[in-house]
Design a protein around this ligand. Sequence first.
Ligand code: PRX
Length: 635
Amino acid sequence: MSHYHIKHLEEYYQVYRKSVREPENFWEEIAEEHFLWRKKWDKVLSWDFTKPEVKWFEGAQLNITENCIDRHLSTRGDKTAILFEPNDPNEPAEHITYRQLYERVNQFANVLKEQGIQRGDRVCIYVPMIPELAISILACARIGAIHSVVFAGFSSKALATRINDSECKLVVTADGSYRGAKTIDLKGIVDEALQNCPSVKSVLVVKRTNEEVHMEAGRDHWLQPLLDKAPKEGKAEIMNAEDPLFILYTSGSTGRPKGMVHTSAGYMVYTAYTFKNTFQYREHDIFWCTADIGWITGHSYIVYGPLANGATTVMFEGVPSYPDFGRFWEIVQKHKVTQFYTAPTAIRALAKQGVELVDKYDLSSLKVLGSVGEPINEEAWHWYNDTIGKGKSPIVDTWWQTETGGIMITPIPFVTPTKPTYATLPFIGVQPALMDDNGQEIKGNQVDGKLCIKFPWPSMARTIWGDHQRYKDTYFSAFENKYFTGDGALRDEVGYYRITGRVDDVIIVSGHNLGTAPIEDAINEHPAVSESAIVGFPHDVKGNALYGYVTLKDTGESRNHENLRKEINQLITDRIGPIAKLDKIQFTQGLPKTRSGKIMRRILRKIASNDTSNLGDTSTLLNPEVVQEIMDNVL
Ligand code: PRX
């Protein structure tokens, strides 16, 4: 019997030890007992971090949608699979049963096939948080097409870059989307993007807002009439374990976004297993993850992980502030949510609102609270624990990444004693290592270093789409034979991990991962700008906010700085999206640089954070005089 459901701390340690000593046996048992395979594997794991190459369950055949849908039909056909809560609280919620999900996914899959989509083709999904988003993902997986979901808050330029990078043949979108009181013209954004996307042959449009939109003859089709004609049955394509399931883009510290490639079998096994344990999921629970499916959190813990366990998963279309800041708690009460999984930035925003908006609602259904995406500060942790959890619902502070596919370091609720701001212990099968700057592993407790993982886990990304070298350079070159996460961490006296934040040029703003380079590229497109540097600074709700230092071209004219700031933020909104806008923009005479011309971000970071007592050695700079000038004019 495998330990699919861990119930106490001793069992955790016992299972953890087994997963490290005999990883193949361990994962084989989990895979064997809890999933539906068309053919079993020949080999559980082969790996080589120097190439790097990782394969799990090689030789196995499966379809993830048979695991997420078909196999539940006999026992859970009438159970709600997806519980959709619309933006407008007066619009009724929609309960989609497993049987209905089966039919809708098949219909959608049949429409995709009719549009010429085949196994291995890429499909871009640019859809707001409505049921069709989850259904289109599953429909792709059903026929072996590779989905590439792009968060529906990205700009047309960002969308086009992602469509072109993986040469998507088809785009699924909606006429528009609702976000609180706002309506967003999604189709307009898609039309703009597609001016430069030669690979796209067709667009399927979901009707949501009923706004009038342009429909390009021959290319664009309303989805519903096609669905209505499509059969509700359909065979699942039998996939190989290591066939790509999806691509999901994440920011890098330099250059273009990275299309992380996740494959079928390992991803399925790991997301299902982590879901079961991290949330102590039980049959009649109502699980709600507030993330957008445009991010990995939504892929793994709104769609695949919950459905693979036959769970009821809530999908919320709206925002926490609409119609007021009580909305999350109203939804918890209305649907009797048992597990609630959100980001620290949302917790901080809600904690600012005063307790009346919480006390109005009955939150007694809650059993487990989750946090993800960025470090959770002590104050937010206590508010979440006390005010929302009433001290009885453990907080699982889950550390993981787009690249890891599933949760890596986390407490198991009612099993691992929690500790504020600590993600605590590695999940089963995860072997973390803290590294020093000389590339040596730091052993023992009460130490800090750069966080690496030294052994493969089933849901790790296998490559970057179209650029395996970049995959190797980014994750496997900093430390020999280890996956480097880009994060710093400390390990306390009992071996609990606390993630301290990024150690590269990625900045996490409101839980969103932003690379500095693409933002700087956008700013530098402004005709008046000579160069720029972006750093993060602490922000009480967003965790970090963005601070831009911008030097202007010397044309002798005086300029209106307020207008320039607006223009720069508009450029960023156009190139990336509103999430990357700068909170502060300081115009400077120059940027501090090393003699080799590298911008000293460390100094800029300290100045932006108002932490100038110890700037370190500035004498080696090429232009030390700019540091004083920047400090004198800090915003
Ligand atoms: O810096 C870590 C932070 O988010 C990064 C990964 O971002 P992304 O790929 O967008 O995935 C976010 C959702 C899984 C990490 O490198 N991060 C994520 N979770 C935590 C965290 N930092 C601290 N504590 C966490 N629980």
